[in-house]
Design a protein around this ligand. Structure first.
Ligand SMILES: [Zn+2]
Length: 227
């Protein structure tokens, strides 16, 4: 994704997506090496490129959005069409997203196949979309007022201070960590997502339901652990 040609480093797609969205369609089709390059900037917001002549650091704070099929044929879980992939083929396909990369993907959501009518004309839900936008803007303002940054950028002490959990929520999260084999990084990411769900509802404290929902978005971690 960064430009590999020549000895002079130049910003690539990751840096061009700075302050925006990097959308990878069919993410499972990308070479593993390319996907692993995403890990550093997803954590740090910068990307380092070393060349014989010099090193360069480019800004790379982007929102990663990616899509993939549930299996090689694309019909796994489809109520109408039958998936003809073997369990092994499905597992091999899904494992193209490495554990460390999956760890950094906060919202893993399965989207059912849509009717052709919706794909052609778009959803008839503009008013709902406008309402959601208002909710997002309000949640964003709340975060800036409370801590001066987005929840995604909360670190260390600030993260602990603004994402306090009650006993029941903490116990649930610990249980999920064990069951899903999640890392400390995933733990902190779930906290930030739970904080965001609470903010969307204008709630000052993170509740058990927010943590439950945030864990629910770790769908691929759950599937991988079960297989
Ligand atoms: Zn299939």
């Amino acid at each position: 994704m960064q430009n590999d040609r020549g000895s002079n480093p130049r910003p690539g797609e990751i840096s061009l997506a700075h302050c925006g969205v990097l959308f990878l369609d069919e993410i499972a089709e990308f070479p593993r090496g390319v996907l692993d390059v995403l890990r550093e900037p997803l954590e740090s917001g910068v990307v380092n490129i070393s060349r014989a002549s010099r090193n360069a650091e480019y800004p790379a704070r982007f929102q990663l959005v990616a899509a993939m099929n549930p299996c090689p044929c694309g019909h796994l879980g489809d109520p109408v069409k039958t998936c003809r992939c073997t369990a092994e083929q499905v597992a091999r396909y899904q494992s193209r997203i490495s554990g460390p990369l999956l760890d950094r993907i906060d919202l893993q959501v399965q989207v059912p196949a849509q009717a052709a009518r919706i794909l052609v004309s778009g959803p008839d839900k503009e008013p709902a979309s406008a309402r959601v936008r208002q909710q997002v803007v309000a949640a964003h303002e709340l975060q800036l007022q409370r801590q001066g940054c987005n929840n995604a950028h909360l670190q260390n002490n600030a993260l602990e201070r603004h994402c306090k959990l009650d006993q029941a929520s903490r116990a649930l999260l610990m249980q999920a960590m064990d069951k899903l084999g999640l890392s400390a990084r995933a733990y902190h990411r779930i906290l930030r997502v739970a904080r965001t769900i609470a903010d969307l509802q204008q709630q000052s404290d993170i509740q058990l339901e927010h943590v439950t929902e945030a864990i629910g978005y770790r769908r691929m971690d759950t599937a991988r652990q079960a297989s």
